[in-house]
Design a binder for this molecule. Structure first.
Ligand code: NOJ
Length: 763
């Protein structure tokens, strides 16, 4: 067969397969199929595949379809229903090679049904619940024609000033790694090609959570051992779980932007980790290389990015504008371009799009009439997960659970706030579907108790802050200002409180306060709300604070005012019902913090697994030369892993299977956990390890395992943990991953602070 005939055959097979009725032979062999396709592509078509655009007001739909049909766009994000995406896929099928488009979206904690924000999901410490979130999100998103999500975000966050703390799973490497893996597996199901799966794009690679000062988009400077031991493992775990792609971080790392960082993207990701999927820049990040000061112009920016291994460019035009010239001059090689294209095509292949470009779009006849119909939501799942994410921080004199009787005052700017209930990055969630706290309470009490509502305060009294928060949402005002004077609002709330048996104040942050680009200099609840709390406290009525927020807040003052505090994050579509379940004891709270709550912003960074130091703070000896702040008590307000229940749990008899263990061998630990309270309930038993003496200072402790257990009132159970040889390893100063002989301490607790301890020797 001559060359021309062969080409013709390949074209016809590729086009056949694009229509998918009969998957042609090359389709079964991914590499051969892609190689064949690549051979037929013009340079323009190749460059087109690297372009990922946002569907928004920037470009008219008509024009987008023309571009797609001309082979100049590889994928889109932000268009999210079949009727929106089908015409674009049709346009791709009109293109010369019929290479399918993919449709992506930020499905972070739900698509239509909104689950708690990621920081709340982490507080469940419940992998089944988290898998339910990933699976439900994938089912909903794929049913609406989406192929890909820009999630999970597994950036370790140890500076709560960073607004995107809300989007991640907290401060801990082990917990975040476990969750990242579950998220990937549940988004992708048994294969990202399945019609009800979506491809997971792990982000933001790498270290975005460590931006200096917690200020978004800022630089990151970090030692290699810290990077390897603490920050990189969650990305690795998510990729090892099969995630199809990586989104590259906006920050620089030790002076080199991630987007142009050949060490990060080539040496580490591709060579060391063997990653084979697609890499996608963050929004406009290639263009931003100029502002980072590493590229003199767009041409150099495009060159740096493609050479670093950035396959797709999100929403900037530089690849399209500059790659032709760079290829012509030989500064970028054909092989470099082909590699990027191969990875984009590979991702499309893995999503099953060559087999059937309409695998998730479906046929027009089957389009749903009302995409936003309530019956399309998974409310039971949302309520179940939401109540597991709530963390009981305080409960003096058993203020909670409340009785469904008498009169309850419901106050606070967030008590009836449907947009805030969803949290940031709420995908296609609709505020009208949110059950607010006020509504949840109303449904829970029916006619058994009387509710009196007053807003009591605006989220903030600061005009500049108010304007900023409303600027964030283009569609509708995020927060509505009650124009009445603050004193009038407070008076109304105080009146409501005085007629009631108990006051529940829903306070904290509006969702925009914990968002991209929403870094804060303080962790306090805004002054307008603190004034309300003060006035409520003065009524002498039992005061319950229900917190809504997306980051740790400094609550030392609030703790003095309140009789009970329930941390509810932004708990999603069913938030109001879930919170009512906990407040009335229909569900016994079991959430535990996945991030430390400091006393004040000045203590930051404050995380439980910090390195050991020469002069650790010694409680009870003020004025000594140990590591402390002298103006306020030291240590966190609420430690990592902390959370109360309506039951009490005790731990006893920590036992290790041996006093010594050889390299490479496992060790067993067991402990007895007992529910000493009067209610059935769940708790999380956490196992930490300390490497007592090593070639480098090691953390005071590190989480290595945990079990969430349900115990009936009075029930006692022995839990068994296996400490694996790998659990003792770390990256040393030479970046070798090894366990060093010597003493190790095993610590088991119901939070990271109050632990039982036993030691053993690694031989
Ligand atoms: C910018 C954000 O940093 C990223 O997380 C997100 O996925 C993209 N925009 C797309 O919306």
């Amino acid at each position: 067969m001559n060359k021309l005939c062969l080409l013709g055959l390949v074209v016809s097979l590729a086009s056949q397969s694009a229509f998918a009725d009969t998957p042609a032979a090359p389709l079964q062999d991914k590499q051969a199929f892609i190689a064949n396709l690549l051979k037929q592509m013009t340079q323009d078509e190749k460059i087109g595949q690297l372009r990922l655009i946002s569907i928004g007001p920037e470009m008219p739909r008509e024009r987008i379809r023309e571009e797609i049909a001309a082979g100049r766009i590889g994928g889109t994000f932000n268009s999210r229903t079949a009727p929106e995406n089908r015409p674009m896929q049709d346009a791709a099928m009109r293109s010369r090679l019929k290479i399918p488009m993919f449709f992506a979206y930020d499905v972070i904690h739900g698509n239509r049904t909104i689950f708690p924000i990621s920081l709340g999901l982490a507080a469940t410490w419940d992998m089944q619940a988290i898998a339910k979130v990933g699976r439900t999100s994938a089912i909903e998103a794929s049913a609406d024609s989406l192929d890909m999500t820009f999630a999970p975000m597994v950036d370790i966050a140890r500076d709560p000033r960073w607004g995107r703390t809300s989007e991640g799973f907290g401060e801990d490497t082990y917990l975040t790694s476990r969750i990242g893996k579950v998220m990937v597996q549940s988004f992708q199901g048994s294969s990202p090609a399945n019609p009800d799966s979506i491809m997971a794009i792990v982000k933001h690679f790498a270290l975005y959570g460590a931006v200096e000062g917690g200020r978004d988009y800022n630089t990151v400077d970090m030692s290699l051992p810290k990077m390897y031991n603490d920050y990189l493992p969650p990305y690795r775990a998510s990729l090892d779980a099969g995630a199809g792609g990586v989104m590259v971080a906006l920050n620089s790392i030790n002076g080199v932007p991630a987007t142009s960082n050949t060490w990060l993207m080539n040496d580490l990701l591709r060579k060391d980790w063997g990653f084979k999927g697609v890499t996608i820049s963050d929004h406009g990040a290639i263009q931003e290389l100029i502002r980072h000061g590493v590229a003199r112009d767009g041409r150099e920016a495009a060159k740096l990015a493609i050479k670093a291994g950035i396959d797709m460019s999100m929403n900037d035009t530089l690849y399209g504008e500059e790659l032709p010239g760079l290829l012509k001059s030989g500064e970028v090689s054909q092989a470099e371009l082909d590699q990027a294209v191969r990875e984009v095509l590979g991702a499309k292949y893995d999503m099953g799009l060559f087999k059937d470009p309409y695998v998730r779009i479906g046929k027009a006849e089957t389009d749903v009439k009302d995409y936003y119909a309530d019956q399309r939501l998974h409310r039971d799942a949302a309520r179940d997960v939401a109540r597991r994410s709530l963390v009981l921080l305080e409960n003096r004199a058993q203020t909670l659970p409340l009785k469904k009787s008498g009169t309850i005052a419901v106050v606070g700017p967030l008590a009836d706030a449907p947009i805030d209930m969803m949290g940031s990055w709420a995908a296609d969630g609709r505020p009208e579907h949110s059950v607010t706290f006020r509504e949840g309470l109303r449904r829970a009490v029916g006619d058994k108790a009387k509710l009196v509502y007053a807003k009591g305060a605006n989220v903030t009294g600061d005009k500049a802050m108010f304007d900023y928060l409303n600027f964030l949402n283009f569609a509708a005002p995020e927060i509505i200002n009650d124009p009445r004077p603050a004193a009038v609002l407070i008076d109304e709330a105080v009146k409501a409180a005085k007629q009631s048996d108990v006051v529940v104040a829903v306070v904290g942050e509006s969702r925009g306060m914990s968002h991209e680009s929403s870094s804060r200099t303080t962790l306090e609840i805004p002054e307008s709300q603190r004034a309300l709390i003060k006035a409520l406290k003065a009524t002498g009525k039992p005061l319950v604070l229900v917190l809504m927020n997306g980051r740790p807040l400094s609550l030392a003052w609030e703790r003095e005012q309140a009789d009970a505090i329930l941390e509810t994050w932004f708990s999603g579509t069913e938030g109001g019902n879930a919170i009512a379940d906990v407040l009335f004891g229909d569900y016994n709270p079991s959430g535990k913090l996945a991030i430390t709550f400091p006393r004040s912003v000045g203590q930051i960074p404050m995380y439980y697994n910090h390195l050991r130091i020469g002069r650790p703070f010694t409680p009870g000896k003020p004025g000594n030369y140990t590591s402390q702040y002298f103006e306020e008590p030291n240590g966190p307000l609420y430690p990592f892993g902390y959370g109360l229940s309506y039951s009490d749990f005790s731990l006893s008899g920590l036992n290790l299977s041996s006093k010594s263990v050889k390299q490479g061998q496992d060790l067993q630990a067991s402990i007895v956990v007992k529910n000493t309270g009067k209610r059935d309930g769940e708790t999380v038993v956490q196992l930490y390890v300390q490497d007592v003496s090593a070639s480098m200072s090691r953390p005071v402790k590190e989480l290595k395992n945990f079990q969430k257990v349900m115990l009936k009132a009075g029930e006692e159970r022995t839990l068994h943990f296996t400490l694996k040889a790998d659990d003792l390893k770390f990256y040393n100063g030479q970046l070798q991953w090894a366990a060093e002989p010597g003493e190790f301490r095993v610590q088991v607790g119901l939070d990271s602070q109050a632990v039982q301890e036993q030691s053993f020797e690694l031989l």
